[in-house]
Design a protein around this ligand. Structure first.
Ligand SMILES: NC(=O)C1=CN([C@@H]2O[C@H](COP(=O)(O)OP(=O)(O)OC[C@H]3O[C@@H](n4cnc5c(N)ncnc54)[C@H](OP(=O)(O)O)[C@@H]3O)[C@@H](O)[C@H]2O)C=CC1
Ligand SMILES: O=C(O)C(=O)[C@@H](O)[C@H](O)C(=O)CO
Length: 273
């Protein structure tokens, strides 16, 4: 479990949904919920907010047991536009409220993330969204939100995996009560052959994916792995049964490299609309 500065409690691990769409996507989301996932990560830009909500309905899970997340795209950060976009996200799901809404990227050169944040604070007041946070915000962007609005995000979702361990960013989150979520926690599968990881997996009779997810959990990071099949969904969830030794955690963290980002998306300069 992860706890934010205001007492928000989120589960240890969540479920990513990027690229899960349509009938198959809804079945995959429903299967994930049946396996035990409760936190679902969607986005306006994934064009699957309705699919993920359909997956919730197909699962038969009680709405109050689900933490449904979506995100505000860069092109809709102006205050009025952000307000309408939050309403649109909500209507796409057919729910009465969304549990968590995040600014998707800061796009600092555009300079509108503070007004987007104010729109989210106000939408929260109206009960449309229950909790608010950001993605890809560097400490300087988070400081700006605090200075301008006095409201600190509950969550910051950033690229984080063994090739990009984000040591300083994670320390900032811990110091400020901001839950750090890891996007692409498995680096989209392309580090699972790394010999450091496969050796640790053999030692524990676990899979490489489980080792990487256990590393996230040990560092108090909320990973949101995406997996289409129920088998992989269960495999990833079972990482919760795996405890790594401190030396193993250190060895995985030491895999970090300056060019570790998947697509060189440095939030200081990268812009996504
Ligand atoms: N805020 C942001 O800017 C961003 C947010 N995100 C969020 O983060 C989520 C997770 O990141 P994502 O980019 O999907 O990448 P992940 O690191 O979660 O990797 C997903 C890939 O790994 C495969 N996979 C899953 N589990 C295993 C396993 N145990 N062994 C081997 N392969 C496995 C999946 O295949 P298969 O599905 O076929 O099983 C898929 O191809 C996204 O779905 C999205 O919700 C992602 C990018 C940016
Ligand atoms: O998946 C997301 O949330 C994104 O922000 C993507 O655009 C991600 O940055 C990506 O897949 C880029 O190739």
């Amino acid at each position: 479990m992860h706890i934010a500065h205001d007492g928000l409690q989120l589960p240890t691990i969540g479920f990513g949904t990027y690229k899960l769409k349509g009938n198959e996507g809804a079945d995959s989301v429903a299967a994930a919920i049946d396996r035990g996932y409760t936190l679902l990560d969607s986005a306006f830009n994934y064009e699957n907010e309705a699919t993920v909500a359909e997956g919730v309905r197909r699962s038969g899970a009680a709405r109050e047991n689900i933490i449904y997340t979506s995100k505000l795209p860069g092109r809709h950060q102006a205050y009025d536009d952000a307000t309408v976009t939050i309403e649109e996200s909500l209507y796409r799901t057919g729910f009465d409220y969304l549990d968590l809404y995040l600014i998707h990227w800061p796009n600092p050169r555009v300079g509108k993330y503070v007004e987007a944040w104010q729109a989210m604070i106000d939408a929260k007041e109206r009960g449309l969204i229950r909790h608010i946070g950001v993605c890809n915000f560097l400490p300087e962007h988070l400081e700006e939100l605090k200075k301008e609005t006095g409201v600190v995000p509950e969550v910051n979702q950033v690229e984080l995996h063994p090739y990009l361990p984000q040591v300083e960013q994670l320390a900032y989150g811990h110091a400020n009560g901001i839950i750090t979520e890891a996007w692409s926690p498995l680096r989209r599968g392309d580090l699972l052959q790394d010999p450091v990881i496969t050796k640790i997996a053999s030692a524990h009779d676990a899979t490489p994916g489980q080792v990487v997810l256990a590393w996230h959990t040990a560092r108090d990071v909320l990973a949101i792995p995406k997996a289409f099949s129920p088998e992989r969904q269960a495999e990833n969830l079972a990482s919760l049964d795996l405890t790594l030794e401190p030396a193993e955690i250190e060895a995985i963290t030491a895999l970090g490299r300056p060019d570790g980002r998947i697509n060189d998306q440095d939030p200081a300069v990268y812009e996504e609309f």
